[in-house]
Design a protein around this ligand. Structure first.
Ligand SMILES: Nc1ncnc2c1ncn2[C@@H]1O[C@H](COP(=O)(O)OP(=O)(O)O)[C@@H](O)[C@H]1O
Ligand SMILES: [Mg+2]
Length: 267
């Protein structure tokens, strides 16, 4: 197997007296779609804060392409809220990440414009976010993220605010986009179906302080959820994962992180 693009080993962190991540180890291979699935409040967004440098780990190592992350931030991050600026037109929202990277507005526009059709946003370049549906806003936020052309995407519950039908449509769309572009991607979600639909592999987290309690390879054919056989197989996997979430192993030494030394602080 090739060297992992991202490797976390025994990562732990806390906020004040609150232990959030107890001991997280995981890998993401180049071109792989990996989900982190865990209950609300388990520390999923915190994991992204560590990767993006917004919060520091107390213990553990974070390697990207074999080297410590340190100050490097090779991620395009889509935060939990769509975070479009309501006073900027969709076009100017999608250029934001590039402008932050130092591109002129003109150059940034040249980069994003060709993607509007693929993201189903043609004709809405000059609209404001409030004039778009929830699904379109999420596609605009995703466009802003992927156009930055970073080595890896971090997606934090990208469809969490959408109604169930729109969410399913967006998951199908994202699956097709991923199949085309083969981004290296890490998604955090509390939606089991979403994780099974989209992922090559899933890490299941325990409630806070979070540990990896299970790692599952999803080898269903793609596109998923289109034929009855795959849907039934996916439903079985979902039920199995739900069992794990509702009845997490009490003996966490038998979980996939068993080879890890305990984190250095008292957690
Ligand atoms: N900046 C912060 N200061 C203190 N506690 C925080 C902060 N951010 C998150 N938390 C707490 O850390 C825990 C994990 O939060 P979070 O990573 O957002 O969970 P998730 O994304 O899995 O829902 C929660 O109990 C939350 O209240
Ligand atoms: Mg979160």
């Amino acid at each position: 197997m090739s060297a992992p693009r991202l490797l976390l080993k025994n990562v732990a962190c806390h906020y004040g007296p609150v232990d959030v991540l107890a001991n997280i180890s995981l890998t993401v291979q180049p071109g792989e779609f990996v989900s982190i699935l865990g209950p609300s409040g388990s520390g999923k967004s915190t994991l992204f804060k560590l990767l993006t440098g917004a919060h520091r780990p107390d213990a553990g190592n974070m390697l990207f392409d074999g080297l410590p992350l340190d100050g490097r931030r090779p991620f395009a991050f889509m935060p939990q809220r769509d975070a479009l600026m309501p006073w900027r037109r969709i076009l100017d929202n999608t250029t934001l990440g590039l402008e932050v990277q130092g591109l002129s507005r003109h150059e940034a526009r040249k980069r994003v414009m060709p993607l509007f059709a693929e993201f189903g946003l043609s004709g809405f370049e000059r609209n404001y976010p409030a004039e778009l549906s929830g699904g379109m806003r999420q596609r605009a936020a995703l466009l802003r993220t992927v156009v930055q052309d970073k080595p890896m995407l971090l997606l934090d519950e990208p469809f969490g605010a959408l109604d169930a039908l729109t969410r399913t449509g967006m998951q199908r769309w994202l699956e097709a986009m991923w199949a085309h572009h083969r981004w290296t991607a890490m998604l955090v979600t509390h939606d089991v179906r979403e994780a099974v639909h989209l992922s090559d592999r899933i890490y299941v987290l325990s409630p806070r302080p979070a540990r990896v309690i299970r790692e599952i390879v999803i080898d269903l054919p793609r596109p998923r959820m289109v034929d009855g056989v795959t849907r039934r197989q996916a439903a079985e996997i979902e039920a199995d994962i739900l069992d794990t979430l509702f009845h997490p192993p009490t003996d966490l030494t038998s979980a996939p992180n068993e080879d890890q030394t305990p984190c250095r602080r008292s957690c």
